[in-house]
Design a binder for this molecule. Structure first.
Ligand SMILES: [Zn+2]
Length: 79
């Protein structure tokens, strides 16, 4: 059931955050207008997708660079 993250209100709630668990579905938090300042609203779905894709691309690049350096440093003897 939907409930404010700061009190027990169940009406006039705004979705404020989604915490994705390692297993199973993520937890969605809601806040009433009173507690909304403590729990900033979620960015739009498009923004989330954008952030995730940017983060993912950055991580990919970092691991690629790391792998590349490793190969250059250690793999010279073998061809
Ligand atoms: Zn509240």
């Amino acid at each position: 059931m939907k409930q404010c993250a700061g009190c027990e209100r169940t009406d006039a709630l705004v979705r404020v955050a989604t915490r994705s668990g390692a297993s199973g579905p993520g937890i969605t938090l809601y806040a009433c207008p009173l507690h909304l300042p403590e729990y900033p609203p979620l960015p739009g779905a498009d923004e989330i997708a954008l952030i995730e894709s940017v983060t993912h691309a950055r991580r990919e690049e970092e691991s690629r660079q790391r792998r590349g350096q490793g190969r250059r440093r250690g793999g010279a003897a073998r061809s």
